[in-house]
Design a protein around this ligand. Structure first.
Ligand SMILES: Cc1ncc(COP(=O)(O)O)c(C=O)c1O
Length: 513
């Protein structure tokens, strides 16, 4: 007899036929945001090239069980990895005949891993510095904070100008001290898509004898192509003598499936402290260039196939399509009363804010979602207002003409709905509560104040209610209308936002039995 409940588990009593299992995965995927179609402006990078998914999937499958743990056992992986590093290095001003002929690198699992390793290499190059520090502009990706946290390195933050959205090179230079092991900058930043003054920052770092990492994870693959298309891209790569390392994610604008980034160092000596080797145990001597030990060959093979298939000409075409899409979206924003671009687009991001208090950006985000456009709200930070971020990829190009009318319509609807008004006592609480004071009971109280409930099957037995569903969502623990939650987060200082989200995600991450 089949136990139906047991049959639904990830590990059923009896194995299930392949078609049924695949149908289940497809059914689960149906609830996801659309990864194709050019209407999702975050998380995914879609070139909309027919056949590319199938090619990458086939390459992935063929190498999924290959293990990067030992490059001598699987030379295919070593060959593909070296080829990817070579391609990234060439694109970013390194390689034979360039100003940086000795560039070396590693393939990592993503931008965060690349940045953690850049910080580790910089830290471990200076064992004599007992309390190492890194200089990080406020606009740099949060992964630097994560790296600093994991590696016990202190951060010296540098503010960014509310006008240019960049740090001043002089402020970065002034933040460098005797314990600084690394200075970082972005090309471009994720939030606003602007390129930092890398030349000046790298010069300041070099004159202090400090490494300079350029985080080109997000846009490093597109900036060189945009430059070739005539866009005025400032110098940001190994052409600048002071740049010692660069990261670029292949799973972003190289359009490879998730799980591939490249970390480049100007020369092998700079890379050396990135490695971890260990022989003091009875098993095999371990030598790892990256954080993971066992590594699937799947992402590497898929990225290799993607680069080989698209080619330089393909990336140039895709960059041109993306540039045109960015221009079209930016025009759409400019024509709507009450919106303002945070910055003139200089890469592949369109970011805008509201100029009139009657237009609530978080409500607008929900109205756009209701019209099938999935944008990314960004909370206010220091003297930067809340904003809406659009990561633009080539797949957006054919959709641009539909965006303008929908944006105007969504703005009108957001104005009609009016701004989210949280109860005054809740706002006051969000402004004054300390993260340490945030008990599960308080989370439940906040949720009740917001009129939120979490469905029983997503809630721990003792959690009561919690901030899960912001009002209009169907059954399921994820928020549908997000404006209420975003407004509460916006009212809270960063440390409290962090705690609230940890509590919330912790509620989502519960085993199914
Ligand atoms: C500039 C920048 N750096 C680092 C990262 C982190 O990359 P990942 O999410 O692949 O870890 C991102 C991700 O968006 C990014 O935009």
């Amino acid at each position: 007899m089949i136990d139906e409940e047991a049959d639904r588990r990830a590990l059923p009593g009896n194995g299930l036929p392949a078609e049924r299992v695949l149908a289940e995965v497809r059914a689960l995927r149906a609830a996801d945001r659309p990864t194709h179609g050019g209407r999702l402006f975050a998380y995914v990078y879609d070139p909309a090239v027919p056949g590319l998914d199938e090619l990458a999937a086939a390459a992935y499958a063929g190498s999924a069980h290959v293990n990067g743990l030992d490059p001598t056992a699987f030379p295919s992986l070593l060959a593909m990895e070296n080829a990817l590093v070579g391609a990234a290095a060439r694109l970013l001003g390194g390689g034979p005949g360039s100003a940086a002929p000795d560039v070396v690198g590693s393939v990592t699992s993503g931008g965060t891993e690349s940045l953690i390793l850049a910080v580790k290499a910089a830290r471990d190059a200076h064992p004599e510095i007992t309390e190492p520090r890194i200089v990080v502009p406020a606009s740099a990706h949060a992964a630097f904070a994560k790296a600093a946290h994991y590696l016990r390195v202190a951060v010296d933050p540098v503010p960014v100008s509310a006008r240019t959205l960049r740090p001043a090179a002089a402020d970065v230079a002034a933040a460098i001290g005797p314990a600084t092991v690394l200075v970082v900058c972005s090309a471009p930043s994720y939030a606003h898509g602007v390129v930092d003054p890398v030349a000046e920052i790298a010069r300041a770092a070099a004159s202090a004898g400090v490494r300079c990492h350029v985080d080109a994870c997000f846009g490093g693959w597109t900036l060189p192509y945009l430059r070739r298309l005539g866009v005025d891209v400032p110098p940001f790569d190994f052409a600048l003598a002071g740049v010692t390392s660069i990261s670029v994610d292949l799973h972003k604008y190289a359009y490879a499936p998730k799980g591939v980034s490249v970390l480049l160092h100007r020369d092998p000596a700079l890379r050396a402290p990135q490695y971890f080797a260990y022989a003091d145990w009875p098993g095999y001597t371990m030598v790892n260039p990256v954080i993971a030990s066992t590594r699937s060959g799947g992402p590497i093979a898929a990225a290799y196939a993607t680069l080989r298939h698209l080619g330089d000409d393909g990336y140039l075409r895709l960059a041109a399509a993306t540039r045109d899409a960015v221009a079209g979206l930016a025009d759409a924003v400019r024509t709507v009363d009450g919106l303002r671009l945070m910055a003139e687009p200089e890469s592949t991001v369109v970011c805008f804010t509201a100029t009139d208090p009657g237009l609530d950006l978080f409500v607008l985000v929900d109205e756009l979602a209701a019209r099938g456009w999935h944008t990314q709200p960004q909370q206010s930070y220091a003297d930067l207002p809340r904003s809406v971020h659009l990561t633009v990829t080539a797949a957006v190009a054919p959709r641009v003409a539909e965006f303008g009318p929908d944006l105007a319509d969504a703005v009108a609807a957001a104005r009609a709905a009016g701004p989210v008004a949280l109860p005054a006592e809740l706002l006051a609480l969000a402004g004054t509560l300390t993260p340490e004071a945030l008990t599960p009971d308080l989370v439940a109280g906040l949720a009740a104040g917001l009129g939120l409930t979490i469905p029983a099957d997503a809630a721990p037995a003792d959690a009561g209610t919690a901030p899960a569903d912001a009002g209009t969502a169907p059954a399921g623990p994820l928020p549908g209308r997000t404006a209420v939650v975003n407004t509460l987060l916006d009212a809270a200082p960063p440390a409290l936002r962090e705690r609230l989200l940890v509590e919330f995600v912790g509620l989502l991450q519960r085993p199914t039995w």
